[in-house]
Design a protein around this ligand. Structure first.
Ligand code: C5P
Length: 232
């Protein structure tokens, strides 16, 4: 696995998603399947997209007791996902159980990455609702370190945090970064954004790009532009 652009296919059903992917003739972009598509289309959407030759990041953010997460991870593994994720807040015990569930009898497994703090959580919510008093960037780094110690492969984080995560957890610890916008593009609801070129400069390993590609007049051209800025 190297640097790549992952398209967030935030569509409500299989038909729309497959029609979208059909536009990429001769290309097999890395696809992110999130909750909307997975719950709307069912688990078969993973098998279908894999069978078409794409790599799949299954962004379901698991968070439950260790035994439940372990068993669910085995199911996701057997669907053929290449990257899966969970909430680091579920504790190191849950993360280790997830790794066990993901590991095939031959010792191979999909990559497992952790969500640290959701980018929608701010300092006020952290303090007033979760009763966590530390600065949010320290909490993010602490959770990233927990994920690293538990044996995970990386984290989902803002590109603005990618360099710090690599500094603390090592260059080989993956940073998968949403919040990417073209310099001349619409930010939508994303507040802390970087361009694909900037994300490359700060060392993001994968960028996750949704609406700048899915809502573009020419999604294939937008994807190619992301690739050329990010991968070069
Ligand atoms: O359309 P856009 O490029 O904003 O899509 C970004 C994708 O990354 C969405 O699927 C969103 O759910 C996901 N994501 C995010 N921020 C996070 C975690 C995931 O934007 N912190």
């Amino acid at each position: 696995m190297g640097k790549d652009v992952i398209i967030a296919c935030d569509f409500p059903n299989a038909e729309t998603t497959l029609a979208f992917l059909d536009r990429f003739t001769g290309r097999k972009p890395f696809v992110k399947i999130g909750m909307e598509l997975f719950y709307g289309a069912g688990p078969d959407i993973v098998r279908t997209i894999k069978a078409r030759g794409h790599q799949v990041f299954l962004d379901l953010k698991l968070h439950d007791i260790p035994n439940t997460v372990k068993k669910a991870m085995t199911v996701l593994r057997d669907l053929g996902a290449d990257i899966v994720n969970l909430h680091a807040a579920g504790t190191a015990q849950m993360m280790r159980a997830a790794l066990e569930g993901l590991t095939r009898p031959d010792g191979t497994r999909p990559l497992l990455i952790a969500v640290t703090q959701l980018t929608s959580t701010d300092q006020a919510a952290l303090e007033n609702e979760l009763l966590i008093r530390e600065p949010i960037d320290q909490v993010v780094m602490h959770y990233a370190m927990n994920a690293k110690k538990a044996g995970l492969d990386g984290v989902v984080c803002s590109p603005l945090e990618a360099a710090k995560v690599h500094e603390a957890c090592g260059a080989g610890f993956l940073t998968v970064t949403p919040g990417v916008r073209f310099a001349d593009g619409d930010r939508g609801d994303q507040k802390r954004v970087m361009t694909p070129a900037e994300a490359k400069r700060v060392g993001s390993d994968y960028i996750v790009v949704g609406r700048p590609i899915t809502a573009a007049a020419d999604p294939v051209a937008a994807y190619e532009r992301c690739l050329s800025e990010f991968v070069g």
